[in-house]
Design a protein around this ligand. Structure first.
Ligand code: HEM
Length: 198
């Protein structure tokens, strides 16, 4: 039977995951207003004008911290409890060091992105993004971050569905469609700036 503390931690981790997913949908949709400069600028002037930005940042940083901490704990507990891997996973198993490296890259991406966004001129986020994505390196860095985020979301949401007993092909297709719509929506901005505005 699962220890009660671990059960509480897993629930907290799931809540943190839901908050982050909600934030990502909000962040992607608000960023899509980039395609109408005046709406984008008014949105970020409002968003940066009060306490909301700092509250959001606090909740997201706390959620990431909890999510990572519990994930490491679950990994350690699973490694102790299971000496033989699941048969299903053995066929296409991604090597553990590669998974660890991708999570570290995702965390580094988020930290660098948040630092960059904090250094932006709050009154002209539109110009800041436009000049950020003139750089090929930055476009590649953001696309790589979004690729790892896609893999991470797809894998974790598929696991959540499996826990809920939903293993049908249509459920898994929905996860792929939702994930690709989210990360594809983010990717539109660097791609449009680099290929269409430089
Ligand atoms: C190409 C993709 C992305 C673009 C263009 C973008 C753009 C931005 C902008 C313009 C800001 C805020 C600047 C301000 O308030 O003045 C911001 C902040 C932030 N972004 Fe992103 N973002 C992208 C992807 C992501 C991803 C994938 C994540 C998370 C995995 C993320 C997490 C955050 C966080 C935590 C903040 C700080 C809190 C906030 O201001 O909302 N962003 N981003």
């Amino acid at each position: 039977m699962m220890k009660p503390l671990l059960q509480v931690q897993k629930r907290t981790m799931a809540l943190a995951g839901v908050l982050m997913l909600g934030y990502l949908v909000f962040h992607m949709l608000s960023n899509l207003s980039f395609f109408t400069e005046s709406t984008f600028t008014s949105f970020y002037q409002w968003y940066n004008g009060g306490v909301i930005r700092w509250l959001v940042l606090l909740v997201i940083v706390a959620s990431i911290f909890i999510h990572v901490k519990v994930a490491f704990r679950i990994r350690a507990v699973n490694a102790q409890a299971r000496t033989i891997d699941y048969a299903k996973h053995d066929k296409f198993k991604i090597p553990a060091p590669f998974v660890t490296a991708s999570i570290i890259f995702l965390l580094a991406f988020i930290i660098i992105h948040v630092i960059q966004s904090l250094l932006f001129d709050e009154l002209n986020v539109y110009n800041e993004l436009t000049s950020l994505f003139q750089s090929e390196l930055m476009v590649l860095f953001y696309l790589a971050g979004l690729f790892v985020l896609t893999m991470h979301l797809q894998h974790s949401l598929a696991n959540v569905l499996q826990t809920l007993g939903k293993t049908s092909v249509s459920c898994h297709s929905l996860v792929w469609i939702g994930t690709l719509a989210l990360t594809g929506g983010f990717a539109l901005i660097p791609l449009t700036i680099y290929f269409g505005m430089s």
